[in-house]
Design a protein around this ligand. Structure first.
Ligand code: COA
Length: 174
């Protein structure tokens, strides 16, 4: 789906393009980045290209590149996917060189507001993360989301089950 360009105080959120492949691969191929994600670290840009193309081709998602204003440098991705008629799923990621500067929170708050204003059928937004991913949980809390449940799942890359934490935000009553 075609996301509109959004602006925050420090960021431009614009449509993710195939020309962003290298910038996304560069941070995705760092083990620090994938430790709390279900898939292994991509090792070659050729392998990553098909994963990235699938992301771009997803007809059920709005996917933005998170870019620094002024420099127009891509520092991450944020996605709202429409998993059911009334529920959206949120995912975000930031290049580890830019962690802990509030960028994920700034993008998340903006995309949540955009969802309420532009997708009237969506009643709630859900996100999940590895229970050890405290930074991601903090982003959700700072964005007004509430922890609703935990669940153990199997990830091929780890021998033990992984505990996921789920967060939710409901459409504000207007
Ligand atoms: C999770 C992620 C998106 C956070 O991005 P970010 O831009 O650093 O997030 P923010 O700066 O907006 O907020 C991070 C918050 O977590 C806190 N934090 C970071 N690491 C932490 C840790 N180990 N323990 C406790 N708090 C932590 C920061 O202090 C900050 O909170 P504060 O503003 O109250 O100080 C980023 O780490 C990332 O992309 N990780 C890899 C992909 C990923 O895990 N995506 C989420 C999948 S659900």
């Amino acid at each position: 789906m075609m996301p509109p360009t959004l602006e925050t105080s420090r960021l431009i959120l614009r449509k993710l393009e195939i020309s962003d492949l290298t910038a996304v691969f560069d941070y995705s191929s760092e083990p620090e980045y994938t430790q709390f994600l279900p898939y292994p670290c991509p090792t070659s840009i050729a392998d990553f290209k098909s994963i990235f193309q699938n992301l771009l081709d997803n007809e059920d998602s709005y996917i933005w590149a998170i870019c620094l204003k002024g420099k127009h440098q891509l520092i991450g991705i944020i996605e709202i996917s429409l998993d059911s008629p009334t529920e959206a799923n949120l995912h975000y990621e930031i290049n580890h060189q830019f962690y802990n500067q509030g960028f994920a929170t700034e993008a998340t708050q903006t995309v949540i507001t955009w969802t309420w204003e532009n997708l009237p059928q969506i009643a709630q937004i859900i996100a999940d993360t590895h229970s050890a991913n405290l930074g991601s949980q903090r982003v959700m809390e700072k964005s007004g989301m509430n922890r609703i449940k935990t669940e153990f799942v199997t990830w091929d890359k780890y021998p033990e089950p992984v505990e996921l934490v789920y967060y939710q935000i409901k459409r504000p009553i207007s």
